[in-house]
Write a protein that binds this ligand. Sequence first.
Ligand SMILES: NC(=O)c1ccc[n+]([C@@H]2O[C@H](COP(=O)([O-])OP(=O)(O)OC[C@H]3O[C@@H](n4cnc5c(N)ncnc54)[C@H](OP(=O)(O)O)[C@@H]3O)[C@@H](O)[C@H]2O)c1
Length: 242
Amino acid sequence: MTASKRVAIITGASRGLGEVISRVLAERGYDLVVGARNPGPLQDVAESISQKGSRVVPVAGDVTDASVRARLVSAAGELGGLDLLVNNASELGDIGPLMEFDVQRFGRVFPVNAGAPIALIQLAVPLLAERRGLIVNVTSDAAQAAYPGWGPYGASKAALELLTRTLATELRDRGVSAVIVDPGDMRTRMHQQAFPLDDISDRPLPAVTVPFWNWLFDQMPADISGERFAAQREDARWLQRV
Ligand SMILES: NC(=O)c1ccc[n+]([C@@H]2O[C@H](COP(=O)([O-])OP(=O)(O)OC[C@H]3O[C@@H](n4cnc5c(N)ncnc54)[C@H](OP(=O)(O)O)[C@@H]3O)[C@@H](O)[C@H]2O)c1
């Protein structure tokens, strides 16, 4: 047991951005708890990353399921504690005009994109507080711009942003920090779902964000708490004042 090793939970780690963040953290010596719904791809990623020497525990299931969230946090406890929680798993919901939106669908996009991250944070804070840890909530530029067709997804991310900044204030006295990261457009399955008829080969792969993540994980969490970052700024001026 190497209890002094740093430990991170990453949701949505079986592909796309979550897989990239997980690989960055493994390179930096973290042990990992990785989550996604489909067990096969998640297991494959966990095995591949663990070959670099990290302990990697896959937890398959939907982040809206309380028992899945409990397993994510208890797996971190079994690895020795928790330094970092990355809420990356997300769903698009329906892309299309609000006038045609089935409002029942709010019942999925808000719980996945805003509710589940907060519920996971509630469970994780006791462990994070022991190590003065960091919460990273992944957002989108759709949270700030009124893109036609993107209302419900953007609104759920806007909710996540305000909740994150509120948490950063509420958790300061417990020594836990929280930041928002907009990764920018990336060539992933989610992006292709958003633009099903488009050739998205001009968008960068999510590995484009690696320099940002290495910078972020070098920071003292308390120095950056409450801030919003854009991960694809070529000039490395990632901080965006809200
Ligand atoms: N791609 C972009 O251009 C872009 C732009 C701005 C922001 N973002 C944000 O970046 C983050 C990552 O997106 P991505 O493009 O990397 O997406 P992606 O390639 O589709 O990956 C999504 C990951 O989340 C998991 N997931 C989805 N819904 C889940 C749920 N309900 N419970 C548990 N796991 C779930 C998926 O695995 P399973 O399907 O097996 O569950 C997968 O591992 C998201 O927060 C997204 O909003 C992306």
